[in-house]
Design a protein around this ligand. Structure first.
Ligand code: AMP
Ligand code: MG
Length: 297
């Protein structure tokens, strides 16, 4: 089978396996939101994509974080295959991990803890690997790739511990050395966005996490518990030098009442890249959007 066809088959099995797993866990699927009056601040991606419609600007969604927080007011377990547009700096074109349009499986659970969504994430990933092994194992083997088995639970290391042990480039180093997926937990408040919940028992430390793939494939997912109380959200927005007006729609929701929740987003192209053992996420898409590069179609 051609590489491009294999990537399509794996992607299709991945999407089906995620849906099947989550529906069995009691989740409902939301249709994606592409245009929004407010979107993820993502301070590491400073450029914004907007369009003007009906006399006002709309953001192309960078993630559905705020929509997820709003959606769990209606249903306790939600997920979405969410297309995101992020104008990544051109130097990220060669990271192997960045597109400027990609899809993440974004999910959120009302009143869940970080540990609960970490457990869910592990089971989801292992289910996906097992379904892909069954459906595409042979085709992948023909390309020299074996779908791996991993024991659970995956190991955890705190952000501070990882930095101490592996230095400045700890994420790269940790992913390169890992033999199984590994959790990076407890990021310092300065490293993340305002919506990740600060640990009430450990000021300055967040109740959040990333999952890193082994073999140097890097970040798989990011998530955590969320700030949901209006006064805390306000303090966090101001603490990052952002304006309260810009996040007016979120603050209005929070004043009205948000639930505590936890969730994560896992990049579909990065997952397929890892499964196929490809060098670049662009190889997983028929119509990739690589920062700074033109597209044929
Ligand atoms: P974030 O909340 O920023 O961590 O995004 C959620 C997930 O989406 C990440 O963990 C990645 O798997 C994936 N992702 C983020 N940015 C990109 C990108 N530029 N291209 C492809 N996948 C991405
Ligand atoms: Mg991330």
């Amino acid at each position: 089978m051609k590489r491009e066809a294999l990537a399509l088959e794996v992607t299709s099995v991945v999407l089906g396996a995620c849906r099947e797993f989550l529906v069995n866990e009691g989740f409902v699927e939301l249709l994606p939101v592409v245009l929004a009056p407010v979107t993820d601040p993502l301070r590491t991606t400073p450029e914004w994509a907007t369009i003007t419609a009906y006399g006002r600007p709309w953001y192309l969604t960078r993630s559905m974080i705020f929509h997820k927080q709003a959606a769990v007011r209606v249903h306790p377990k939600i997920f979405c295959f969410s297309p995101n547009v992020r104008l990544e700096p051109v130097e990220r074109a060669h990271s192997g991990r960045h597109l400027f349009e990609f899809v993440q499986l974004d999910l959120e659970v009302r009143e869940a803890t970080r540990d609960e969504v970490m457990d869910l994430g592990e089971r989801l990933l292992l289910h996906v690997l097992s379904e892909v092994r069954e459906a595409c194992g042979q085709a992948l083997r023909a390309w020299g790739r074996e779908v791996p088995h991993y024991p659970r639970p995956f190991p955890r290391i705190s952000w501070h511990e990882a930095r101490r042990e592996f230095g400045e480039d700890f994420e790269v180093e940790l992913s390169r050395r890992a033999k199984t997926p590994v959790w990076l937990v407890d990021f310092p408040i300065s490293e993340r966005e305002f919506y990740d919940r600060e640990d009430p028992e450990r000021p300055g430390i967040l109740r959040d996490m990333d999952l890193l793939y082994p073999e140097g494939f890097g970040e798989a997912l990011s998530g955590g518990e969320r700030e949901y109380e209006a006064h805390r959200i306000k303090r966090r927005i101001l603490g990052q030098g952002l304006s309260l007006e810009a996040y007016g729609p979120l603050l209005a929701l929070a004043e009205d009442g948000l639930f505590p929740s936890a969730g994560f987003g896992i990049g579909v192209e990065r997952l397929v890249r890892f499964i196929c053992g490809f060098a670049h996420v662009a190889e997983t898409r028929l119509f990739p959007r690589v920062p700074g590069q033109d597209a044929l179609l």
